[in-house]
Design a protein around this ligand. Structure first.
Ligand code: G3P
Ligand code: MG
Length: 248
């Protein structure tokens, strides 16, 4: 497996706004646009299988009730999350982590795997994702960056797969978040864009870490953040940011 190469543009939830979120269709669109990195969210099914989904329930993406941590993987992997986005994506289903990583590898995409535990499953989710990655043949994995808003999940994953680079996620910069990122030996502190200041980026850099920022959809903002020293941005509008972010 090659190393995470700090791409300047990371497509949010696989295909951003151009595809149903956290789907293989989104990966295909990101690759066809010429993007080199994606982000996706990983949660455990009721029977402990890591799958790509952001919410703890199916309502928003599938238009039906159901709690992810109560449903078996077989049912989740057969759940249509394309139809609610647009009829053109009818039949697009929730992918498992294994399928998503394989597709990234096939498409030449680097992946920021965000561990997104359902409440109460932080340690278990981190442990399962970490052990899955540790057991995977490294030659078959795309370049990876692990991240999570949950320090517990990130720590549990790190115990299983120490060598993978990781990032602590937080909506707003503060000293405690930076301390947590350092305690977990993270390579990056990933921050929300709201209220972000150049001084925050400088503080992270002074601590020896990088910064990635979500969710940035305007080229002007992406340019300003790059000027502050931000290493890259997550975006739902890769088609708008790609021209700027392709320039080394
Ligand atoms: O990792 C960046 C971003 O994905 C974090 O927010 O809620 O979209 O997972 P969210
Ligand atoms: Mg995410």
């Amino acid at each position: 497996m090659s190393r995470w190469g700090w791409p300047r543009l990371v497509v949010h939830r696989c295909g951003g706004a151009l595809a149903p979120e956290n789907t293989l269709a989104g990966l295909g669109i990101a690759a066809r646009l010429g993007c080199v990195a994606v982000e996706f969210d990983v949660m455990l099914s009721g029977d402990g299988v890591p799958v790509l989904i952001h919410d703890e329930t199916l309502d928003r993406v599938a238009g039906r009730p159901g709690q992810v941590f109560r449903l078996a993987a077989d049912e989740l992997l057969a759940t249509d999350v394309g139809r609610c986005f647009h009829p053109a994506f009818n039949g697009e289903t929730i992918p498992g982590l294994e399928a998503a990583l394989l597709r990234c590898r096939q498409l030449g995409l680097s992946a920021n795997l965000e561990i997104k535990p359902a409440a109460g499953f932080e340690v278990e989710t981190g442990r399962v994702v970490g052990s899955f990655l540790a057991a995977a043949h490294s030659a078959g994995l795309p370049p990876l960056l692990l991240s999570s808003f949950s320090a517990q999940a990130l720590e549990a994953a790190a115990l299983e797969v120490e060598a993978l680079p990781r990032a602590f996620l937080t909506t707003r910069f503060d000293a405690q978040a930076l301390a947590t990122a350092r305690r977990l030996a993270c390579v990056s502190l990933n921050l929300g864009r709201c209220d972000l200041q150049a001084a925050h980026v400088a503080a992270v850099r002074d601590a020896g870490l990088r910064t990635l920022v979500y969710t940035v959809n305007s080229p002007e903002e992406a340019r300003r953040l790059a000027g502050w020293g931000v290493s890259g941005v997550f975006s739902d509008r890769p088609e708008l940011l790609l021209p700027d972010c392709s320039v080394p």
